[in-house]
Design a protein around this ligand. Sequence first.
Ligand SMILES: [Zn+2]
Length: 449
Amino acid sequence: MKGAPQAPSQVICVVRAVAERLRMPDDVDRLTQQSRAQVPAHIRFPHWHPAQLLLGHTGIAMLYTRLALDDIDWAIAAHAHLATALRSATVDTVGDLLHAAYLHSQIHGGYTKFLNDAAPAHVSAVRDLLNRISQRLRTDGPGLAYAEYDVISGLARGGRGLIIGASLGHAASSSTLQDVLGLMVRMARPILVHGEQVPGWWTDPQLNAAPEADRAAYPHGEFNLGIAHGICGPMSLMALAHRAGHRTPGMLDAIRTMANWVMRKRIVGEQGTFWPGRVAFEDETGKVGSTAPSVTPRSDWCYGTAGVARALYLAGRALKDPMLTQVSVDAMRSIFQRPYGSADIPDATICHGRAGVLLAAVRMASDTGHPALWEGADQMALQLARSFDPTTAFGYRYLLSQNVNGPAVDEPGVLQGAAGVALTLLSYTDARSGAPPIPATWDGALLMG
Ligand SMILES: [Zn+2]
């Protein structure tokens, strides 16, 4: 980028320091297991899954795939992490491996046979999920669990792998993607619940796949909004599929319906623009007696302004709607107008930490060239680099509560660990230096682009 400052050398140094710590898959496994063994039993924390992209070696491999652009020796670490992931691969994780192997093949070549085998295996995994959901909707009527459609474990996650399979020329990936998009279009149609007409993405707390805690917190169900588990996930997936040339009847109308609803939930005040992460059934329908907690402004990827603003931007681009893209840019800018240092967003990692905000800012700044977004990204990248802790296993730890002095875990992965921070810092330095775009994106796994 003309006139852009050189990426701070401190940021590059930190990325390399993280990369050195994550280089050996066996060491990563051992240190991760040791750290998780210390997590108090009452704290819910996802299991380490070696083959997962968001929580395992598959995502860590993507860090070395990118680093191998600068020094091909790093490719050895990429292959080692992929090989370790492959040994634990399941039907559920084959799409994750497809994503990481595709990224590597686009940049460095190779993995042809693996990609040809993984694409059909991923199709059958997504087909099983689609069939289960469709069958239940036919027999039991409307209502979803967010895990069925979200980007962490549901159809939005599966859809990303299908877009990759389709780009490899795999016909069944394209046709299955059409069916996934078709179900998302159906989600945009209103449904009747407890005598009220409500959006079709209503989540039913009584479903087996619904979290136990939701039965008490949202006894009549809710409408999840954030990008991690909410309607912003399917909306982004449809917008990204549209960008990749996929069309299905009613898709743009569905994106419009979802974007309009997200716009109606927007809160603009002294603290900038933010959204409720979840909307209780009672709040959506105007019924009294809501048990939902009051809304606190969040800036993060999973439930905060950064993830929602990026999703709205992608929707606005698909719809060619400058009002939507402008609102999303203004929302993103507003994050940098409220305090956003380590005291305000204690966690450093992607999910609900500073790396997630930086990632969305880099994407939005690259797309729009907006100086305030670049300025915010510059400051956030430096802050992240300065919070690298050389006394810890991987350089960054995941906080188990929003307390910087509270318990924390040595976490290596993309979603809530050091690999995600390092990849985000690399996306920042690449974008800031004006490097040519990489032919495939790692952050597609987070529906950022
Ligand atoms: Zn989170």
